[in-house]
Design a protein around this ligand. Sequence first.
Ligand code: SF4
Length: 236
Amino acid sequence: MAKVAIKVKVIRYEPEKDQKPYWKSYDLEVDPDYTILDILNEIHWNIDGTLAYRRSCRSAICGSCAMKVNGRNVLACETPMHQFKGNKLKIEPLPGFKIIKDLVVDMDDFFDKLQRVKPYLILDKPIPDKEFFQSPEEFEEIVDAINCILCGACTSSCPSLWGNNDYLGPAALLKAYRFIFDSRDDGTDERLDVINDRNGLWRCHTIFNCMEACPKHIKITEYLSKLKVKAMENSI
Ligand code: SF4
């Protein structure tokens, strides 16, 4: 297949060395069906080995290669270059997160917030000897939310979080939904104590950026609305 010439601008930043992030341009020729990750690999392996970015599974499962490309949060490994017109790419780290180096951001706060909503089954009842039965209808309630790969694209695209970093953010709240609406779980009150708060559920203003950013097309805002109803019912 004939190669195409592209221009790629990438945010570079080493906090110990640079005063602020800056753009660096790369000109290269690539296969037209390359993904964004293929392009970053091409740069890293053949042009500039100092470029830092995360990658692992290359299958849209590990969630490590989320980044902003031409203004949109995407997973680099599953996003083909031809989705963007003009053979010009601008690649940035996920917004709203501290940059460690170039496209690598600090995810510690993201995972701390996830831990706060207790992302595991909480049980009052004994664990059954065999399978923990769940009907197809009960599973249907949570199956979409289970698909979350914790890439951070939703949380990083949320204006409520940009305005207040104490906000739990959509990914942590979605995880709370995933367990609160799990028919086997008994931890609803504990989790609502954490999320029924001005820096929790109620800071979601239904802006829908998270849903647009989610590479797994999870209906995050819809589930957060169901959580709000649940929180109100429990208060009454
Ligand atoms: S909800 Fe979607 S965008 Fe948010 S962390 Fe999960 S997979 Fe990523």
